[in-house]
Design a protein around this ligand. Sequence first.
Ligand code: SF4
Length: 136
Amino acid sequence: MNLTQVTAQRAMRDAPVQAFTLVERLVKRPLFGCQMCGHCILQDTAFICPMACPKGLRDGPCGGTDIYGMCETDPTLPCVWLRIYERAERLGRMDRLMKLQDDLDWRGQGTSSWLTLIKRVVGRNGRLSEAERTAP
Ligand code: SF4
């Protein structure tokens, strides 16, 4: 098999995953500003993507906001975590917000979190956890 055939074979093999990833990107980018971190926690952050935080904080605010709730890194932005907190309170999802998040594995950047979720659920014979039942 020559290099062209190997490349073509690899492209065919990866096409479904790439198509799935593209669909996730096309749906979640306009809706949530998704940056395809590969490990979605929207269900725990009142459906506001925490990756919009300029510091990339996924487990709560840094505490550096000014008295108006504006970000210390980019004072033109309201603190993402303040928005998350206010919406979680409005939606009655404060219990979710208190959940400690795992560190983000940056190797998953650009991959589909939906695929990861599907693989995990299939591995458990289709049983969803409580958090997965409400994942977007
Ligand atoms: S996959 Fe990551 S970047 Fe995309 S919405 Fe979920 S938390 Fe945000």
